[in-house]
Design a protein around this ligand. Structure first.
Ligand code: M6P
Ligand code: ZN
Length: 187
């Protein structure tokens, strides 16, 4: 594929869209099988309307080598069995970095390199840096939609199986009025 020509990309209303826009996707609860600690609660949520947990809108920049795609992810507020709603999370098959810029709401960026887990609070105006080799998952810890802009190398790729095999080190649980980070194995 030849490189793109220069062009401007604008945030749409409420920072929810990019214009021009490329591919979009919606992930429902049923797409998050095996990710929440409480499987019964997950099954109940799927049976109980299978809500949209998050959406991703991308700019038209393709996921190809040397290009630099961007996307806005919106995670809706909620918890399943006490675990805050979150993205599937992935590792880059080609270890390359990525940044997340907080746009709306209050979230967290969970990072795991297979041994160490880190948690970054992300609010509007904060950039979370994802170094090469760290799997990453975003979590909405607030009561409104959490949105962030992601910018990532087009050849990084998405490995979802890695997270199913290795976990993410920590889970983010609702505890009274705050976030409780618990070890991954804790039910
Ligand atoms: C961000 C980026 C995307 C990713 C999306 C959803 O926008 O990191 O590459 O696809 O979040 O996360 P996931 O792929 O883990 O569902
Ligand atoms: Zn990524």
């Amino acid at each position: 594929t030849p490189p793109l020509q220069p062009f401007a990309i604008r945030f749409g209303a409420d920072n929810a869209t990019l214009e021009p826009q490329g591919p979009t996707l919606q992930r429902r609860m049923s797409d998050l099988e095996g990710l929440f600690a409480d499987r019964r609660a997950w099954e109940q949520a799927v049976a109980d309307g299978d809500p949209v947990v998050y959406t991703v809108v991308s700019s038209p920049v393709p996921e190809t080598a040397r290009e630099l795609p961007q996307s806005i992810t919106t995670i809706f507020p909620g918890d399943t069995g006490g675990e805050f709603w979150m993205t599937k999370g992935h590792q880059h098959p080609d270890p390359q970095g990525e940044i997340y810029l907080g746009l709306e709401g209050h979230g967290g960026l969970l990072l795991f390199d297979g041994e160490r887990a880190e948690w970054l609070d992300i609010s509007p105006g904060v950039i979370g840096y994802i170094p090469p080799g760290w799997a990453h998952r975003s979590v909405n810890v607030g009561d409104e939609p959490y949105r962030f802009l992601a910018v990532y190398p087009g050849s990084a790729g998405h490995d979802y199986g890695w997270v199913l095999t290795h976990g993410m080190g920590l889970r983010a649980r609702r505890s009274a009025d705050r976030v409780e980070l618990v070890p991954f194995g804790t039910p």
